[in-house]
Write a protein that binds this ligand. Structure first.
Ligand code: ACO
Length: 434
């Protein structure tokens, strides 16, 4: 087969360079631009990486036009329906679904790494009570590196895997403690007889004074939400983890960097914005058409939060699954529950927007955040914890991507170049002469 290449001609000098076109298993091909600088002396310019593949990866594939998402080749719908979050963690980390013995072994490892070192409580206690749980997460996850000095050789695959297990196992405890501390509630310790999602609900809502019974529907819904958020290829926070880790920083520091990136409202903070918007709509007394018209008005900054996506130009497959989950949960709650109204508004708003030409022409569909906030509220999880929930679930994706990068022979320290727009060389003038 003839090699696929593209030839770039410099109109100024007449020089040419032939660049290889790389073929993925599925999806758009990529031009290997590495020779461009070597042979023509040019960098490529692509702010926000809109047209740049920053790495090769065999973990997650998504097709925004089709609205499909796969982890290691398995469609998200099948995993959400038939798998469990811990099985998905194994899949993302190891590349294949586990057999029964491997699954048992993995569950055992994760279950027995959930406790935090006793000293960790003093990190939490050092924060102000009104600290945002995400601020606590960034600090505490970074601080984990201080507890595993002797197990941080990033060139040893076994030590890398141990760090991955520790992170996946401890994240629910850290997330729940950030909430408990904020609320002034005593820390609960993990329970080995519970599943991952059950244990998280227990860590969040149990008290030492009485038994806590986990609602199986809520635990199941949470497990599915964790699956849906587990990975999403090279988004901002994952790319941050890769870039931080590329300098051979330890994995806890790299994941803390990812959490910081996720915190931004354009990334992990959108479901919070959706709930705020639905509440505002509910309290306004205005018609839904009024809000849709407002979102269309270019002189108004308002956007329909939870609508549109940088990559999905079709229905976000995760949003479909989450909408069904929300239906199931809210059907079970009494009709006068305080979150029903927000959910009803969300469903109606979706209908009005999807029938509107503005949204149709721009391929704007609900994204994963449109319904997840309403579900969290129904579970008793407050708005300030929404991004923490995302971080908890995404940890496995981050650490799988980091581990893949560390084992990749092509991995180099990430060092983007720039198009310099500053002053040309000039001479220093002493302060007296300025
Ligand atoms: N409401 C109204 N109009 C919108 C919306 C929206 N939610 N989203 C996009 N548009 C319009 C834009 O005004 C633009 O219109 P124009 O072509 O007339 O100028 C067009 O659709 C394309 O929008 P862009 O902003 O160029 O699309 P981009 O891919 O850069 O943005 C984004 C994607 C940031 C997600 C955007 O759709 C948005 O702001 N959505 C609301 C916030 C949100 O839900 N974020 C969560 C993303 S999912 C996640 O991070 C897990």
């Amino acid at each position: 087969m003839t090699k696929h290449t593209v030839t770039v001609t410099d109109n100024l000098t007449g020089k040419e360079v032939e660049l290889d076109v790389l073929s993925p298993v599925v999806g758009p091909k990529a031009i290997d631009v590495r020779r461009l600088h070597k042979e023509l002396g040019y960098f490529t310019y692509d702010p926000g990486y809109l047209a740049t593949a920053s790495c090769s990866s065999s973990i997650t594939y998504l097709d925004g036009g089709e609205g499909t998402l796969m982890y290691r080749g398995y469609p998200i719908e099948q995993l959400a329906e038939e798998s469990s979050f811990l099985e998905v963690c194994y899949l993302l980390l190891n590349g294949e679904l586990p057999n029964k013995a491997e699954m048992q072994g993995f569950e055992d490892i994760i279950t027995h790494h959930t406790m935090l070192h006793d000293q960790m409580q003093y990190f939490f206690r050092g924060f102000r009570r009104d600290a945002h749980p995400m601020a606590i997460m960034v600090g505490v996850v970074g601080a984990l590196s201080a507890f595993y000095h002797d197990d941080l050789d990033i060139h040893d695959p076994a030590q890398r895997m141990r760090s991955a297990h520790r992170l996946i196992a401890k994240m629910p405890t850290i997330a729940a403690w950030s909430y408990r501390y904020h609320m002034g509630l005593p820390f609960m310790h993990p329970r080995n007889d519970m599943s991952y999602a059950e244990d998280f609900l227990h860590l969040m809502f149990a008290t030492p004074c009485e038994d806590y019974e986990v609602d199986p529907l809520m635990a199941k819904a949470l497990d599915v939400i964790f699956i849906l958020h587990a990975d999403h290829e090279q988004n901002a926070s994952t790319s941050t983890v890769r870039l931080a880790g590329s300098s051979e920083a330890n994995p806890f520091a790299a994941i803390a960097a990812g959490i910081a990136s996720l915190w931004g409202p354009a990334h992990g903070g959108a479901n919070e914005a959706v709930v705020n918007m639905l509440t505002e709509i509910s309290e306004s007394g205005e018609s839904l058409q009024h809000w849709v018209d407002k979102a269309k008005n270019k002189d108004d900054n308002f956007r329909l939060m939870g609508f549109g996506h940088r990559v999905y130009k079709n229905y976000d497959p995760r949003a479909k699954i989450i909408r069904e989950l929300a239906n199931e949960i809210l059907d079970r709650l009494p009709p006068d529950n305080p979150h029903q109204k927000l959910f009803d508004i969300a469903r109606e708003l979706e209908k009005v927007a999807l029938e509107d030409d503005y949204f149709k022409q721009r391929n704007l569909y609900p994204n994963v955040d449109f319904y997840s906030g309403v579900i969290f509220l129904s579970m008793g999880i407050p708005v300030t914890m929404f991004t923490v929930m995302f971080a908890l679930a995404r940890t496995v994706g981050w650490i799988s991507q980091w581990n893949e990068m560390m084992g990749d022979e092509e991995n180099r320290i990430g060092r983007p170049r720039q198009l310099y727009t500053g002053a040309e060389k000039r001479d220093y003038i002493s302060l007296e002469d300025r």
